[in-house]
Design a protein around this ligand. Structure first.
Ligand code: FES
Length: 161
């Protein structure tokens, strides 16, 4: 699992600058959170009291919104978001094995990010290309008909291919 990244002074300054654009604008919480996530890559928990103060809210209200919406992350995400399909077609064509192999290659479990922040591993319901099952999506690219060799090739262990 990725070590908790400490927020940098520069990140906090960037966050404070974004907050200043939304001062006392409670309605602006969601766009503000999106903006912070876009600039910093995630919403550092240390920023929550700053956000609350800036908008005139309680920290618990800000935390509640972050927890409610699945698109907000409070831990750093990897540069590459790897999603293994867990839909039925992928499952029956070996998706479970593909997930196991990806976990082994990356050395992380589902929902985790590699310590070097290169990969975050997630699973996803059917992505709509069942004919190519089992599928993996990396960022916006879909890789179909996955097998152990393709997994090894995708994640760098070329000597095993
Ligand atoms: S079940 Fe995986 S793409 Fe449909």
């Amino acid at each position: 699992m990725a070590e908790a990244k400490r927020i940098t002074k520069a990140d906090l300054e960037r966050i404070d600058s974004i907050i200043s654009d939304y001062r006392e604008q409670r309605w602006g919480l969601i766009p503000l959170l999106h903006e912070i996530q876009e600039v910093v890559g995630y919403i550092p928990p240390e920023a929550i009291p700053h956000i609350a103060r800036g908008l005139g809210l309680f920290s618990s209200q800000v935390q509640g919104v972050i927890s409610f919406y699945t698109q907000f992350y409070t831990t750093p995400r990897g540069k590459n978001i790897v999603r293994v399909c867990r839909g039925t077609a992928c499952h029956v064509r070996g998706g479970k094995t593909i997930l196991k192999l990806v976990k082994r290659e990356l050395g992380i479990e589902e929902g985790e990010t590699t310590p070097d922040l290169t990969h975050t591993l997630e699973t996803v319901a059917c992505i709509g290309v069942c004919a190519l099952a089992p599928n993996i999506v990396i960022n916006k690219d879909t890789f179909g008909q996955m097998n152990p060799k393709k997994v090894a090739r995708l994640f760098g262990k070329k000597d095993e291919v």
